[in-house]
Design a protein around this ligand. Structure first.
Ligand code: PMV
Length: 336
């Protein structure tokens, strides 16, 4: 019998976005991010000892170079020479702007540490996961998290029980993997957008207000700040040279539908990451009504040019995944 370590981790959705690096080599974030860990979507990873590092995601072999800095730091922290084979599956479209890298690297860090026989504190695992993807530093914690600017690790601000009525409706505008990774797009913004400095300054100003709104469970205030954060991030992206536009027709339709819902008195505030998907903050009591309207809006929008259904039965877009504040990663040892 051999030992396998299993980990299930949940993606981290930023309400105040991290965008840009203060140190590319160490992968330190240039802006602070405030996020919620999402139950309702997850990555499941199984790790085994191996002669060389190997990672598959949804059955696809991943380029080793993408993972090398992460594994180097991991082995250094764990004081081991162990190599790992990791097989991951996502319960949602991969690399499509649904934060699969946050739950992916969090699960990988937690599972590899257990495999090496070292249960590092969550803060240490967070610092290791950050090397793979800065948003992954936040996925090591449940509930509501903060990754400060230039920080090596995230921390939990509030547990998931702080706001059990909060819902996030993930509206899938397209299940296709994005053409430009968040890493490349961040570099493009830093190097080529005249708005990059303004983005950094304005992002820092939104954070204290957002933390206060979260503490008070003031969804309207938090929702408005989340809208400013993603809109400014995408404005800086669009001003890059060459411009980066992640949005599709369904993305715009969903943003407009949220505005219409708010006009009609329903509480729906959207946010968008490095991809076309729209994530909508709302409360449990209104979630079903809002989900129905989002489904119709996304369904009525034109499909992306050349888009092929590639994920599940409802893959043509219009799929709505209901999420809520979720837990920290769960790790267990299995025998096979
Ligand atoms: O951690 P990365 O490289 O996947 O970048 C995440 C960037 C955003 O999702 C757009 C924002 C964030 O804070 O999660």
């Amino acid at each position: 019998m051999s030992r396998v370590v299993f980990c299930r981790a949940h993606p981290s959705l930023a309400l105040i976005k991290y965008w840009g690096k203060s140190d590319s080599r160490r992968n330190l974030p240039a802006t602070a991010s405030l996020a919620v860990t999402l139950a309702g979507v997850h990555t499941e990873t199984r790790v085994r000892p191996a002669p060389a590092d190997r990672v598959t995601v949804d059955g696809m072999e991943q380029p080793v170079e993408r993972y090398a800095p992460f594994f180097d730091v991991l082995r250094h922290r764990l004081r081991t020479a162990q190599r790992f084979r990791a097989d991951s599956t996502n319960s949602f479209p991969t690399a499509a702007g649904l934060a699969s890298s946050s739950s992916g690297f969090a699960a990988l860090a937690a599972a590899c540490a257990r495999m090496a026989g070292r249960d590092l504190p969550a803060g240490e695992l967070s610092a290791v996961a950050r090397v793979g993807s800065a948003s992954a530093a936040r996925s090591l914690f449940g509930g509501f998290t903060l990754l400060p600017a230039r920080a090596r690790a995230a921390r939990q601000l509030l547990p998931e029980q702080h706001w059990p009525e909060l819902r996030v409706l993930v509206a899938v505008a397209s299940p296709q993997a994005k053409a430009i990774s968040s890493r490349q797009a961040m570099e493009a913004t830093r190097g080529g957008s005249p708005f990059y400095r303004a983005w950094l300054a304005s992002s820092g100003r939104l954070l204290p207000e957002a933390m206060e709104a979260l503490q008070k469970r003031d969804l309207e205030k938090l929702g408005e700040l989340a809208r400013l954060s993603y809109s400014r991030m995408h404005a800086a992206l669009l001003a890059s040279d060459p411009p980066v536009l992640y949005w599709l027709p369904a993305t715009v339709a969903l943003v407009r539908e949220c505005a219409e819902l708010r006009r009609q008195g329903l509480g729906a505030w959207e946010t968008i990451d490095a991809g076309p998907q729209v994530k909508v903050l709302c409360l449990a009591a209104e979630a079903a009504r809002i989900a129905e309207r989002l489904r119709e809006a996304a369904g009525a929008a034109q499909p992306a040019y050349g888009a092929q259904p590639a994920y599940g039965a409802e893959s043509a877009g219009g799929q709505i995944i209901e999420c809520r504040p979720g837990p920290a990663p769960e790790v267990r040892v299995e025998e096979e």
